[in-house]
Design a protein around this ligand. Sequence first.
Ligand SMILES: [Zn+2]
Length: 266
Amino acid sequence: MTGQHCWGYGEEDGPSEWHHYFPIAEGNRQSPIDIVSNQAVFNPSLNPLVISYDHCTSINLSNNGHSVMVEFDDYDDKTVITGGPLEGSYRLKQFHFHWGTQRNSGSEHTVDGKSYPCELHLVHWNARAYSSFGEAAAAPDGLVVIGVFLETGGQHSGLNRLTDALYMVKFKGTKTQFDDFNPKCLLPSSFEYWTYPGSLTTPPLNESVTWIVLKEPIKVSEKQMERFRKTLLFSGEEEEQRIHMVNNFRPPQPLKGRKVQASFKC
Ligand SMILES: [Zn+2]
C-alpha cells in the first residue's frame, strides 16, 4: 500500500492488509459475517421491515474504483426504511454491489458457509439524529445497510437497465446520469431478515452499521453477472494496466460474541 487511502482487493492492498491503515478492521463489530442460521435467535418482537421506495429519485451511476454505485437524492424523507429493528426512519443514500469471478463466490455475507455470486447493499442513514451522511457514518446508530443476495437463475428484468448502462462507467472515477431508477425492483418478495450490529465492509470500516440481511435471494442470469465481471474495471482510463473489477468482497469476520437475530422461525 502506498498511501493511507490506497486500498483495494489485490494481493498487496486487499482485506488482509487493511488493518495496517484502518486498525478498526480488527474491532469487535466488523462485517461481513457468516450467518449460522441455527444460531440466529428468532425475536418475535422484531417488527416487519417497511421499505418505502415509491418516490425515490436516483441521480447517477458511478465507478468509484471499488464497486459500481447508484446515488439518490436524500434531502428529505421521501425514500426511507422503517420498522424491523429500527427506531425511526433511515434515508436511502446509495446502493452498490460486491461480486466474484464465478458463481461460487462474490457475496460478502455467507449463510452457513455458503457464498452467493453477488450481494447488493442498499445504504441508508439516520437523518433524524444526524445532519449529514458523513456524520451518521461515524456514529454507532448512524447507518443501516440492507443486504440482498443475488443468485444465478433466470434473467432479472429490473437489473437490465443497470447492466445496460455499465459500459458508461467502465473506468474508475467515471460517472453518468442515471435517473428514475427505483431499487424496489431489486428486492425479493419476502422481507424476512437477519439483523446484527456491524460495520462498513470497506475502509474506513466504521462500526456504524445495523445490518439487515434479507433471507430470500433475487435471481439474475449468468449473462447479467458476466456484464459486471467483464465490463467494469478497477483501473482508471489513464492507467496502462487494465484490471477487471471482480472479487471486490471482504471475507467474513469474527462474530466476537455478537448475536444475530432473525425476524422469522427456522
Ligand atoms: Zn457494500
